[in-house]
Design a protein around this ligand. Structure first.
Ligand code: GLC
Length: 677
């Protein structure tokens, strides 16, 4: 049951799609207080209670013991002490052992703080602004609460099927030849690959919707050449538009009044990769239609996928802040800097980027109403992505175009996916990415994944192997790295055959992974789930922070520690352990409910099939190059049927928006007592 409470005069964020009448009774699920800054909700948590949700946030699956701030932030240092990342996903569930569990969604596009037992161990405290809508959801268990929430916020974005293939990216592919070399690197070693990303270097001086003609002569021909080799090119689009006379996007934006304004009514200036830039006012319907329409120029050259970046929006500095900081720094010149002076000076530079002061200094025109940016900060990335998606509906109404964003708010999940931003080549970030996935799914973001191998820092071969062994289960499976780091394409490492085997396992599992993704999207369910969602009676499951259910049939337990040759796995019931050295070389064994130490070598993928469940596995030719090489007629089945196992297989053309109607989903039944191959 969903209840809606309105406080003050909230803005329409578009997060919810279901019309629900405001609840007539006073808010009573948590203690409510009105403070000077807004509202404050609080309640007690018992020791055994678990808090799930908050989407992209840091830390574990159980969010207890820390505070999380919803304030989209471009911060590439994802350490344990960080309170905010790129997105704002204000939905959580308090799962109680004694008493009614409930979900709560705070629809407030400004800063919201979730103190989940940081200040007081047993207190959940939520602070929001005075104008917001709050939805509470009670239901029949965790899955039901999430499903109701997902119905409230609308169907998740569905990408084209090719976007489930393996994808390679790097900040630094500077010209067409660099990209050809990547494709050759993969094809030369017979490793499947479906897409290569084009980071900011493809543009002319980092100007959106331009392609540098020297680095990419005859771009449309190049896109076609790549398509001929089965490769989709995915260019990046940044939020900031370079200020440059003669650059049509800049000139049109100024003329049409499409940019955010400063306090004096001039186009706001902030610097990003291209230097001084303006920011399209994507919260304004006209500006959104204009900016979205710009994607057409790349689509017409054959592009069918994009990633939207820097859309918190990131601001390196503003003119006024830079000037102030420069002057202050100069005042330290020739001084003997002591402790305080030195850190003060250092702070002046560090404080330039993404400053609160800058976010308070510009305005949106939300269809006639002037709104200061900081009050709607978390809606920016969402609306940049909505701009693109709405334009795609015009440009290619029945075609799925790949689209994902760095920043987001609940509601954006209908228009695109997200990736989890600038992580690092750290083992702790492999674990973090495992823990972020179910929380993101709760908030409707199904098409998601992290930069495999880590973005910052140098990936080692073992880290990449382990990360891929997890990444084969994430819908977005993209290896991406920052400029200046060790080259991380898998053919750069010694044991290419091991990498190749893991990637081929992804392609073999793709019929299952795609089928599960689609069913979850169409049924408003979660593709990744914490164990406690499937085994609510299991008292150990709530403590499991490093295993996930993936789709309806399987459980994964990735290795995320360096030099580990295996790991402890908790089995909530008897399961079939599937061990794959390669797609063809696999063994299956029933393992009993309980704790087990499982050896998992660096070149193996191990997963577990639930009792009375099964999954299709595609048989692949040796030279399969991309997902078009998966032959729907050549499935084998892995299953564990004590009585009977049934699998509902979803299939479609993978490109159109005509999704297979439910009654046409195929039911496959295995009646054998126990089956493995
Ligand atoms: C940002 C993005 C990263 C990208 C880089 C350069 O840091 O998060 O993925 O490679 O910008 O465009």
């Amino acid at each position: 049951m969903i209840k809606k409470y309105t406080f003050g005069q909230p803005l329409e964020t578009g997060a919810a799609v279901q019309a629900i009448a405001a609840h007539s009774q006073p808010f009573d699920l948590m203690h409510l207080a009105h403070t000077q800054d807004g509202i404050c909700l609080s309640c007690r948590m018992d020791t055994q209670d678990v808090v799930y949700g908050l989407g992209e946030q840091m830390r574990g699956i159980n969010k207890r013991g820390f505070s999380y701030v919803s304030y989209a932030t471009d911060d590439s240092f994802h350490t344990e002490s960080r309170h905010a990342l790129y997105s704002a996903h204000n939905f959580l569930i308090l799962n109680r052992t004694n008493g009614a569990s409930f979900g709560i969604f705070i629809d407030d596009p400004g800063t919201v703080v979730f103190d989940v037992g940081e200040t007081q161990l047993d207190q959940l405290v939520i602070r929001a602004g005075k104008d917001c809508v709050i939805y509470t959801i009670e239901g029949n268990g965790l899955k039901d609460i999430v499903k109701q929430f997902r119905e409230l916020i609308g169907r998740s974005y569905i990408p084209p099927k090719w976007a489930f293939g393996y994808q390679q990216s790097r900040w630094g592919y500077a010209c067409a030849q660099d990209i050809r070399n990547v494709v050759q690197g993969y094809h030369g070693k017979n490793i499947p690959l479906d897409a290569v990303y084009m980071d900011i270097d493809y543009m002319e001086r980092f100007k959106d919707f331009t392609v540098d003609a020297e680095k990419f002569p005859d771009f449309a021909d190049f896109v076609e050449e790549m398509r001929g080799q089965g490769i989709h090119l995915v260019p990046i689009i940044d939020a900031g538009v370079k200020i440059e006379e003669g650059y049509p996007v800049y000139e049109e934006g100024v003329k049409g009044n499409y940019f955010c304004k400063d306090g004096d009514g001039n186009d706001f200036i902030g610097a990003v990769w291209p230097g001084r830039s303006h920011f399209p006012d994507v919260l304004n319907a006209d500006a959104r239609a204009w900016f979205g329409g710009k994607y057409r120029v790349l689509i017409e050259q054959g592009i069918d996928g994009f990633w939207n970046d820097m859309n918190e929006p990131a601001i390196f500095y503003s003119d006024q802040n830079l000037k102030k900081a420069m002057e202050a720094i100069l005042s330290f010149k020739d001084q003997n800097l002591g402790l305080h002076e030195f850190y003060q000076m250092k702070g002046l530079v560090d404080g330039l980027s993404n400053s609160e002061e800058d976010y308070k200094s510009f305005y949106h025109n939300m269809d006639g109403v002037k709104i200061r940016h900081d009050q709607v900060h978390n809606l920016y990335g969402y609306n940049m992505t909505k701009a693109a998606s709405e334009a795609f509906d015009q440009i290619a109404p029945n075609k799925r175009i790949l689209l994902f964003s760095r920043s987001s708010y609940i509601g954006m999940h209908r228009y695109g996916g997200i990736w989890t931003g600038d992580n690092a080549s750290w083992w702790s970030h492999l674990l973090l990415s495992i823990q972020q996935m179910p929380s993101l799914n709760m908030c409707g973001i199904l098409y998601t994944g992290s930069d495999i191998g880590g973005f910052g820092g140098d990936a080692t071969e073992d880290l990449l192997l382990r990360w891929l062994a997890f990444g084969i289960f994430t819908p977005l499976m993209r290896n991406h790295a920052a400029a200046g780091t060790r080259e991380q394409e898998i053919y750069q490492f010694g044991h290419t055959e091991d990498f190749r085997n893991i990637i081929r396992i992804r392609y073999g599992l793709l019929p299952y992974l795609y089928s599960e993704f689609m069913k979850c999207a169409l049924n408003n369910e979660m593709y990744f789930r914490p164990l406690a969602f499937d085994y609510p009676q299991d008292t150990h499951a709530p403590q499991v922070e490093d295993q996930l259910m993936v789709g309806d049939s399987i459980m994964i337990a990735p290795v995320y520690k360096q030099n580990a040759t295996g790991r402890y796995v908790w089995l909530p019931e008897d399961m079939l352990m599937v061990r794959m050295k390669s797609l063809e070389e696999r063994t299956c064994k029933v393992v009993e409910q309980g704790h087990h130490y499982v050896d998992i070598a660096l070149n193996e993928v191990v997963f577990f099939v639930k009792k009375n469940h099964m999954l299709p596995v595609a048989a692949l030719d040796d030279d399969v190059k991309n997902i078009s090489g998966i032959d729907a007629g050549r499935y084998e089945w892995i299953g564990y049927a004590e009585e009977a196992a049934e699998y509902v297989l979803y299939e479609d053309d993978g490109v159109s928006k005509e999704y297979t109607p439910r009654e046409d989903w195929k039911r496959i039944i295995l009646a054998e007592r126990y089956l493995s191959n």
